[in-house]
Design a protein. Structure first.
Length: 354
């Protein structure tokens, strides 16, 4: 097995190539620029196509054209560019086209700064564009997962014919770790049943998102909602030291690494603390979270203003833990600041009264 010591952003490009990505359309933006740089270098070397778009709006619309023709494609950006892509992501979802967008979140709003946040949670997880659409959203926590979950994002985008988001942050994108690369590239999917590829086999295929009849538009929306409900079977989450815990820390991405270290530190102090990490943020692993959280105090660690803790409460309530879902304490930082383990241990002590 080949291993590489690389930036997480570079690991994204490697994952995309092993997933069989044909085209990269992008516009560099800190702290995601190494993804575009790596794609510009490696895609042509392997017979793939890299296109430097004139802006983020152009890159996402180029993806629409490529995906409609049955090509696997991707782009990557950060918060300001991700905002510009929302309309295009809605169009991809409306036409049921597979494509992958990587968002390496930086602090905002506005230009903000290049340091890590998770404040893009709502557009990345709930869909920031117009209409009743959803995306499949993964939250990697390591350079290895930046590679592996990019591959999975292509698989889910293809399986469910929907855009997939890889939701990372500026700290993850810039850190370097060892990555084990796959042995082989994924098999090439067959899109001839729906793609418009300019040949006799696909001549009757029509890619569109417009329904001028209101009743037909509703039927299409109902079809989408049924698909999104089915996507729940591919939700992923993991627990750590949670079997006997009194307090469960819930976190994703880089914050989940703080959570794990906090749980380990608390165990050394005799505090029974465990962790739950959603690997997919949409679909959210609701039942897994509910099973881990039942009867326990909950602390969320996040780099936002509370978007994630609000969603944790919502997911617990939907799982039938309505009263318990209110017992969620949030520990957070914003502006590019990261929660420290010392801060998290102190929060645990306060919550448990120890």
């Amino acid at each position: 097995m080949t291993t590489k010591f690389v930036k997480s952003n570079e690991a994204v490009v490697m994952g995309a190539l092993y997933a069989g990505c044909d085209l990269y359309f992008g516009y560099p933006i800190t702290p995601a620029s190494e993804i575009a740089h790596g794609a510009a270098k490696w895609f042509p070397m392997l017979g793939r196509t890299f296109v430097q778009a004139e802006c983020e709006t152009a890159s996402v619309n180029m993806m629409f054209g490529a995906a409609a023709a049955g090509k696997l494609c991707m782009t990557a950006t950060s918060g300001p560019g991700f905002s510009l892509m929302q309309e295009g992501i809605s169009y991809l979802a409306g036409a049921e086209l597979p494509a992958v967008v990587v968002d390496v979140n930086r602090a905002g709003p506005g230009l903000g700064n290049v340091y890590p946040e998770q404040s893009d949670y709502t557009p990345a997880v709930k869909g920031g564009g117009h209409g009743n659409y959803q995306t499949f959203t993964y939250a990697p926590a390591s350079a290895q997962e930046m590679c592996d979950l990019t591959i999975k994002a292509f698989q889910m985008a293809t399986k469910w014919r929907t855009p997939a988001i890889v939701f990372a942050d500026g700290l993850q994108g810039q850190m370097m770790e060892t990555v084990r690369l796959p042995e082989t590239e994924l098999a090439r999917p067959d899109f001839s049943a729906w793609a418009a590829q300019g040949e006799a086999k696909t001549r009757e295929n029509l890619v569109k998102s417009i329904f001028l009849d209101a009743a037909a538009q509703e039927v299409f929306n109902e079809k989408l909602q049924a698909k999104y409900a089915e996507m729940a079977k591919d939700a992923e989450g993991e627990t750590y030291l949670a079997d006997d815990c009194e307090l469960l820390i819930v976190a994703f991405g880089i914050a989940s690494r703080v959570a794990r270290t906090t749980a380990e530190a608390c165990r050394k102090l005799g505090l029974k603390v465990g962790c739950f990490r959603p690997i997919s943020l949409n679909p959210f692993p609701r039942e897994q979270l509910a099973a881990a959280a039942k009867g326990r105090r909950i602390l969320t660690i996040e780099l936002d203003a509370g978007q994630f803790s609000d969603d944790v409460r919502l997911q617990l309530a939907k799982a039938g833990l309505g009263a318990e879902s209110a017992d969620v304490t949030m520990l957070h930082r914003m502006g590019g600041q990261v929660v420290t383990v010392d801060d998290a241990v102190a929060a645990v002590r306060r919550i448990l009264g120890k």
